[in-house]
Structure formats: structure tokens, C-alpha cells
Design a protein around this ligand. Structure first.
Ligand code: C5P
Length: 241
């Protein structure tokens, strides 16, 4: 299959293929944080993120969530539908951590009274600021689209929270992105991985995600591997194929 590089991001490259409307997302071993001010890399990261995303997209599809996922084609690459992406990052939170702990003046780990959703404008230049619906109108994102983003985020949380709970993991928060397919349907896109979620071991509270890299905690490679192992291990609910 021929490939044409369309986009190179911090942690992945996206290629067009000779199949109309189909893309390849190839995950890199590179990591960045704090809007690319901090950089790193470790062997196996691309494989973990591609394989975990594939497994989670398959799980969500099996529960009726529309996603861009078609298939995993090799260790680091997934094939997806080509979507028109909304410039929105949808953050869903169950427990206070990261920027929310700062915003509310909470200690990290404080449970939230109810799920919190934040919508951010996807812009490296501006540092992905949190926008309200008026700001989004200004940049051309409609209320209906934001409403759907929130519904998709909450729906994904309702499925992933118990999925991870069963694997001994607290899903603290995560970020998703949404795009529109050729038929006009808005659906889940991008990735779901330790780069985009906070995962804490339920027993020990140990962080098993990108915060280990952001905070120079060490053991980041092992944490990603451990999360991949837990996600791809068959659970009692028959969560994996
Ligand atoms: O940093 P903050 O606490 O706002 O992050 C909330 C969640 O969204 C975390 O799981 C983080 O990994 C994810 N996130 C992301 N990409 C961003 C910003 C946040 O994946 N650009």
C-alpha cells in the first residue's frame, strides 16, 4: 500500500493511503509534555499506544460507540477512517488531578461530586486553552457539535471507567478528540493511551501514565507496558475479543 505523509505530530505521523477515505496513524516512540518544552523517547512507546488504542477502540465499538478505527496493521500503526476533525479537546474527569486540582485548589486524588467535562481549543500556538461555548462559536465550532462532544465524552467514560476498574485501575481523567465522517456523523477519533489518560493503580495509587514522564518519576516504560498488559488481558466481563 502506498503511503503519503499528511501530518507529523509530536507523537505520531498520519499518512494517506491509496484507499479513498482511509488513513494510517503511526505512533512514534517520542514523548513531549508542556506544549513540547519537555521531550523524551523510549523504545516500545509507539507499539503500546497503537496497540492499546486499537484494543480500546474495539471494545468501545463492541459497546456501540462509533469510532474512526478500522484495524491495527502492524505494531505501531492503526488504519482509520479519514475524518474532518473538530478543533476541540474533550477532557473528562472523575478525580481531581493535574490542571483541575490546581484550578479548584484541591489536593490531587480528591474525588469529584460528579464527572467534570472541559472543552479546550486545539491550538499548539495558544497552548490548547479552555474555551466556553461563546469562544467556540467565535472560531466556528457550533453548539450542536459541542453538545455531541460532551455526549461522546460522557458515554466513553461510562464504558471505560468500569472497564479499567475491573483491571485494577482508576480512570482519573482522559482526553478525547472527535471528527466528522463523510456521512456527517461525529465520532470518537485520535487515540486512547497512557499519553492521553491518567491511570492510577487502585490498590497502591501508583501512576501508570504519562505523568511519570511529565514529573520525571522514572519507570515510565514499565508503567506503559503494565497498562498494555492489563488492557489486553481478557477480563471476566469478556471485555476483549
Ligand atoms: O493537564 P490536565 O490535567 O488538564 O490533563 C487532563 C487529561 O487530559 C490528562 O489525562 C492528560 O493526559 C490529557 N491531556 C491530553 N492532551 C492535552 C491535554 C491534556 O491528552 N493536550
Amino acid at each position: 500500500m502506498s503511503e503519503r505523509l499528511l501530518y507529523e505530530g509530536k507523537a505520531k505521523r498520519i499518512f494517506a493511503t491509496d484507499e479513498e477515505g482511509v488513513l494510517l496513524h503511526r505512533y512514534k516512540d517520542d514523548a513531549t509534555a508542556f506544549n513540547a518544552q519537555k521531550r523524551g523517547s523510549w523504545v516500545g512507546k509507539g507499539r503500546t499506544n497503537a496497540t492499546m488504542s486499537a484494543a480500546l477502540f474495539k471494545f468501545l465499538e463492541s459497546r456501540g460507540v462509533a469510532t474512526h478505527f478500522i484495524e491495527q496493521v502492524d505494531d505501531e500503526t492503526i488504519k482509520t477512517k479519514k475524518l474532518q476533525m473538530l478543533p476541540v479537546e474533550v477532557i473528562v474527569r472523575n478525580v481531581a488531578a493535574g490542571s483541575l486540582a490546581k484550578r479548584l485548589g484541591y489536593e490531587e486524588g480528591t474525588p469529584l461530586k460528579s464527572t467534570i467535562i472541559e472543552l479546550c481549543y486545539k491550538s499548539d500556538e495558544l497552548g490548547d486553552p479552555m474555551f466556553n461555548w461563546y469562544h467556540f462559536r467565535e472560531v466556528g465550532v457550533a453548539d450542536e457539535e459541542l453538545k455531541r462532544c460532551e455526549e461522546i465524552g460522557l458515554g466513553v467514560n461510562e464504558l471505560l471507567y468500569p472497564f479499567f476498574d475491573e483491571k485494577g485501575v482508576l480512570l482519573v481523567d482522559f482526553k478525547i478528540e472527535v471528527g466528522r465522517d463523510e456521512g456527517g456523523e461525529l465520532m470518537l477519533a485520535d487515540e486512547i493511551s497512557p499519553d492521553t489518560c491518567r491511570f492510577w493503580d487502585k490498590e497502591s495509587g501508583e501512576k501508570l501514565d504519562k505523568d511519570r514522564f511529565r514529573q520525571d518519576m522514572g519507570g515510565v516504560e514499565q508503567a506503559y507496558e503494565e497498562m498494555l498488559r492489563r488492557v489486553t488481558h481478557m477480563g471476566p466481563m469478556g471485555t476483549m475479543e
